[in-house]
Design a protein around this ligand. Structure first.
Ligand SMILES: C[S@@+](CC[C@H](N)C(=O)[O-])C[C@H]1O[C@@H](n2cnc3c(N)ncnc32)[C@H](O)[C@@H]1O
Length: 319
């Protein structure tokens, strides 16, 4: 058996700026729909807030929506991945909103701001799953928020992942163009662990995968493969960035325990479920008028059981 020379733990989440930008603006991608609704919710909950922090801002989508439609005088976007910030800065200039916002690279768990500076903190996408341990991060967020400042966040609930199971095994092309066999596990503590076995491109398995039409077309293929065989052609093992996916109840408890008042956790996903279930008629109607979908879904979030919803929305004013 080949001995694996290197085991690496990724320090950065695998996001690429331009690629992410394309994804979120494509109606064929569920994020386009989720984020359109989220933006409206952010707008409603941050009215009258002048100084806003967008945590894990990515390429800046939520920040731009607030800059264009809200009352914020200044928005600061932070993200750990430099590629995301680079695209966010370019987008700001192209949209003509760069005079009321700034973007910087930093870890959302250790913010380079003095205490009590922001009136609102928004966070769209699954940023919070990366901010482990969450309890400590929430203390840090409380530190930078002014009294009565508000946090509004949106993240996936992973209701479809059963704790304590292997959730997928697949061959994938990595962002660096390598071929990897990826095993994803969701632990009983709701931590997501992804292990990528980077395959020797000249090995039998990698060559077979490259000849597979589904893999060539999509850059991935779900398949269970004997791990022993995979290991024999593995050049390197990469462990993904650790993530944790709290339940609605856990999020509520952490924020309440940190002194946040009137914590509200909502779920969204009534129309989203129809969208994901692939009903053609509904998808067509939604694409004809995305704004209408966003408005309706925004009103539905209060009626969805957050424990069962695909997406969680938390609103918590600081003490
Ligand atoms: C799913 S993307 C969402 C991006 C953006 N909020 C949006 O809505 O388009 C998650 C983002 O979280 C960022 N991220 C992950 N870990 C982070 C950390 N520790 N500190 C700051 N940002 C982080 C990633 O780089 C990525 O841009």
């Amino acid at each position: 058996m080949r001995s694996v020379s290197k085991v690496k733990v990724n320090r950065f989440p695998p996001y690429r700026g331009l690629e992410w930008n394309r994804k979120v603006s494509n109606p064929d991608n569920p994020n386009f729909w989720k984020y359109g609704v989220t933006d409206l919710i952010f707008l409603d909950f941050t009215r009258n807030k002048k100084l806003v922090l967008d945590l894990g801002c990515g390429t800046g989508g939520a920040s731009f929506f607030l800059a264009e439609h809200g009352e914020a005088e200044w928005i600061v976007g932070v993200d750990l991945v430099s590629d995301m910030i680079k695209v966010a800065k370019t987008n700001a200039i192209n949209k003509g909103v760069d005079r009321k916002m700034s973007f910087l690279i930093c870890d959302g768990r250790h913010l380079p701001f003095k205490a009590s500076c922001f009136e609102a903190l928004i966070s769209r996408g699954d940023v919070f799953c990366f901010l482990v341990p969450l309890k400590r991060t929430v203390q840090e967020l409380k530190r930078v928020l002014k009294s009565k400042g508000i946090i509004v966040l949106e993240m996936d609930n992973r209701v479809d992942w059963k704790p304590g199971t292997i959730i997928s095994t697949s061959f994938r092309k990595t962002l660096d163009g390598e071929i990897a066999y990826v095993v994803e596990v969701f632990t009983t503590k709701r931590n997501h662990k992804a292990t990528s076995y980077i395959l020797d491109p000249n090995g039998k398995i990698a060559k077979g995968v490259m000849n597979d039409s589904e893999f060539r077309e999509k850059g991935c293929k779900s398949l269970k493969y004997p791990l022993q065989q995979i290991k024999e052609e593995t050049l390197e093992i990469k462990h993904g960035v650790p993530t944790h996916w709290p339940t609605a109840k856990e999020l509520f408890t952490i924020f309440k325990g940190s002194g946040f008042t009137e914590v509200m956790v909502m779920g969204d996903g009534l129309l989203m479920k129809l969208l994901l279930d692939g009903d053609e008629t509904i998808i067509k109607a939604m694409k004809r008028d995305p704004q209408l979908f966003f408005e309706i879904e925004k009103r539905l979030v209060r009626y969805v059981n957050p424990e069962k919803a695909p997406t969680l929305i938390l609103r918590a004013p600081a003490p």
